[in-house]
Ligand binder design. Sequence first.
Ligand code: SF4
Length: 529
Amino acid sequence: MEVKLAKTAGFCMGVRRAVDIVLDIAQHETSRIYTYGPLIHNPQTIELLKSRGIRPIENIEEIKDKNNAILIIRAHGIAPDERKKIKSSGLKVVDATCPKVGYVQSIIKKHTGLDYSVIIVGDREHPEVDGLLGYTGGRGIIISTLEEVDKIPYNEKVCVVAQTTQNLDDYNKIVEKIKEKCSQAVVFNTICSSTEQRQAEVTAMASEMDAMFIVGGKNSANTRRLADLAQKKQSSTFHIETPADMEKIDFGPYNRIGVSAGASTPNWIIDRVMDKIMDGQSRKLKNIGTLLNLWIYAIKTDIYSAIGAGCLCLVCMLLQNIPVSLTFIAIASLFVYAMHVLHRLLGRKPANLVGSFREESYQRYGKLYYYTAGLSIVFALALAFNKALPVFLFLFFLFLAGLIYNTITFPEQWNFKSFKDLPGSKNISMSVAWGIVTAILPALDKDYSFNAGLTVAFVFSFGIVFIRSAMSDILEIQSDKLIGQETIPVFFGRKRTITILKIISLILLAVLLVSSPLGWTSSLSFLLT
Ligand code: SF4
């Protein structure tokens, strides 16, 4: 059983840049935001953008209040005449044209100025081609197939360019034929390197695998081209938009599955497709792998976090030289499980749009999750009460703080709608809560006062959880930006977040190295470095 995800799957540089530009504007601007045409060819992402007030329009007349609006030009670019028209309307315009498309526009502009006719090899209906045609000064010809070359007139002064997402082999064939007619043709390979690499990887993968899944909008030309290329090498090729398209597919015959995605497919959809395929594959192992399936389920749900909290609690007790107590391990596990589940249930992302197996499962079995979370918190509080009153009170107030964090909303006129909207609040509050239940609560059992060992254990637990949650947020930065979740990576950006995490790791390392020789903690701190 093998499931392989192409390295080149998902957003290309130009699409990522355009999406980032739009989302950054949405974060800081109060004006209405419009995109000139759908920002990307992916219906699910367009729905998410709409939920954030970012609307696609086909014509600037659709914008009523032009003084209070920003219009984004998408990665495909537009024709110069259209640009002029938009600017003269008084609209505030932000240009998110991909620099690589801008390069093709500049080639056409230059050669049109030198009196060349321009042949654009591409899809007639594609907005990028439409925009490029606008730079030809009315002397452009679009060629979509080899046969169409027969129709072009003989002309020595011809410049040939390609739509950036064309297939290189097809382009080369068309260019050969053009040269037979126009021997002096000036040819530019303007196919984007990201497209070439993506297509080469899919072709290679399709020859090796038993089945290929190409993920992306049915209206996305580059995704359709990927599916065509895969189909040539592998007859079991499926072009799917979302995991829902996979319901009727029988995974039985396929042991090696390859997955790739178009340049406008967001990571969260690719993740869901991967989850679905892994699910189908693990069902095949049902008879021989019940334990394995349970383990996979634990990883995909918050049981995994609960196990992690129990282990961290054990480590913190050993660090502080406190006698190991199974009750505190159980309290940490039950509390973390309950709060993680409640946090997910109360702060669910827009239905059916974003989410992995976990979110799907939370939507389907919401009630069951509420019951298990409720029972877990009751058990945790009962165990804490049985231990000592301060332990119970600490845990109870922590639980209340968690509820307030998840439910209280601020007045409409405030910049932040709830605590969750405060940048980085999720990472910090979660790390503090873990630090308290794993390091501080076990210490409250004794007549423990504040001491250095307790501080080291808390810092260790806080640091580990913070690093882990920020790292997983780095992986989800794209979907978090789309739905407006203010995580540390969204606020600081990927690079700065990695720098912050490196600094925290170094601090943790230094604290653990000195704490045992100074007599603050047990020698376990050496092992943890
Ligand atoms: S495929 Fe290439 S040219 Fe087109 S938007 Fe993406 S990076 Fe830009």
